[in-house]
Design a protein around this ligand. Structure first.
Ligand code: PGA
Ligand code: ZN
Length: 416
């Protein structure tokens, strides 16, 4: 049972304060979790509570959510068992009482929820992924490595937010990650040769000043070839357009869909995230009708890990995959429900980091424990990104002969 809850203000990868929580149990185990933070957030995300006191951290302090943990959450959960995550999360939702967790803050609630999950796993002597999976299968996800950063994550780079390399055509996670790393370095060579910057953006990818989004796609293909891998067979491309951040004048939906059709025809693009803005449900269906058989169409800002919105999207055929971010919804249980609903519809699942991250590695365990098949954790650079990939390397080693790599099968439907 929970014997103590301690929250503190620590830093994320952008140098902003964030919430860290320690949940201590009566058997002496302690679970710790740190909460990430987005920049290109969806309008329907659960609320990230910040102090707004301009005299501290430019208003971005998190003393208020920490006080909420001390005053409202801690007294309610002391003595509770962490083994019933559903009961704990339901209680947190109930204490908050708002639809978007705006009273206590989703950063307060998620910190406690994740730390409790970790404490429960430790107390049972299990790795977190195994506690999440129950008796289910354990699959290592295909990494989607964001090697060119643009949009809200890198000023002066491309308009589209993320250009990812997807090393799916390998037998193990370790080999796939190695390919991703070699391609990342080959891309640096290609940029240097052209006199372009190799400085990196928030997610560790390069942020060169390129005249056109398409130049970024061409550069990723060049990098795959330079690293001696086969594009379209071993390595593929995924995009996160983050269309809600684009100007509708420059990028109307019909123009965007035209670009995607062209790219899907001419490049090994297997996945397009947020190809259409989050308030434009009808054009999501238009896009899905046009290219949904040839590419995974992932909703991030559209769904915000919210089962009500995912249910609507499945009914409307608005895409065919969902991006999953714990802090968009605010508890472990609701996140697992969103994954289940998506998988039951036969849709793809991508477990994701945020652009503001920490050394917390929960998403690696979440990806394995849910058999999600795909994970987005940025470039293979910057400690907060590699922490997740390194955790997956350790999990693969730990599983030994039981380890399965999701591999090309994830995209088989779009490749034939
Ligand atoms: P964010 O971006 O964490 O800044 O919201 C990540 C994404 O859009 O997938
Ligand atoms: Zn996104």
């Amino acid at each position: 049972t929970i014997s103590d809850v301690k929250a503190r203000e620590v830093l994320d990868s952008r140098g902003n304060p964030t919430v860290e929580v320690d949940v201590a149990l009566s058997d002496g185990t302690v679970g710790r979790a740190l909460v990430p933070s987005g920049a290109s957030t969806g309008a329907n995300e659960a609320l990230e509570l910040r102090d707004g006191d301009a005299s501290r951290f430019r208003g971005r302090g998190v003393l208020q959510p920490i006080e909420n943990i001390d005053k409202h959450i801690k007294p309610a959960v002391l003595g509770m068992s962490t083994l019933d995550q559903v009961a704990l999360d339901n209680l947190l939702i109930e204490i908050d009482g708002t639809p978007n967790k705006s009273k206590l803050g989703a950063n307060a609630i998620l910190g406690v929820s994740m730390a409790a999950a970790r404490a429960a796993a430790q107390s049972e002597g299990k790795p977190l992924y195994e506690r999440i999976s129950g008796d289910g299968a354990l699959t290592l996800p295909v990494p989607m490595l964001n090697i060119i950063n643009g949009g809200a994550h890198a000023a002066g780079s491309t308009d589209f937010q993320e250009f990812m390399v997807v090393p799916a055509g390998f037998d193990t996670f370790r080999e796939a990650l190695r390919a991703g790393v070699e391609i990342y370095h080959a891309l640096a060579d290609a940029l240097r040769e052209r006199g372009l910057s190799t400085s990196v953006g928030d997610e560790g990818g390069f942020a060169p000043a390129l005249p056109d989004n398409q130049d970024a796609v061409a550069l990723v293909i060049e990098a795959i070839e330079r690293a001696k891998y086969r594009p379209g067979e071993q390595c593929f491309i995924a995009l996160d357009v983050a269309a809600s951040e684009l100007s509708g004048d420059d990028y109307p939906a019909d123009k965007l869909i035209g670009i995607y059709k062209d790219w899907v025809d001419n490049y090994p693009v297997v996945s397009i995230e947020d190809g259409i803005a989050e308030d434009d449900w009808d054009n999501w269906s238009v896009m899905a009708d046009a290219i949904g058989g040839r590419a995974q169409l992932v909703g991030d800002d559209l769904y915000t890990t919210n089962t009500e919105l995912i249910r609507k999207g499945i009914a409307m055929n608005a895409g065919n995959a969902v991006l999953i971010k714990l802090n968009q919804i605010g508890t472990v249980t609701e996140t697992l429900n969103a994954v289940k609903m998506t998988q039951n519809a036969g849709w793809g699942v991508v477990i994701s980091h945020r652009s503001g991250e920490t050394e917390d590695t929960t998403i690696a365990d979440l990806a394995v424990g849910t058999n999600a098949g795909q994970i987005k954790s940025g470039a293979p650079a910057r400690g907060e990104r590699t922490a997740k990939y390194n955790r997956l390397l350790r999990i693969e080693e730990e599983l030994g002969g039981r380890a399965q790599f999701a591999g090309r099968q994830v995209y088989e439907h779009y490749l034939s």
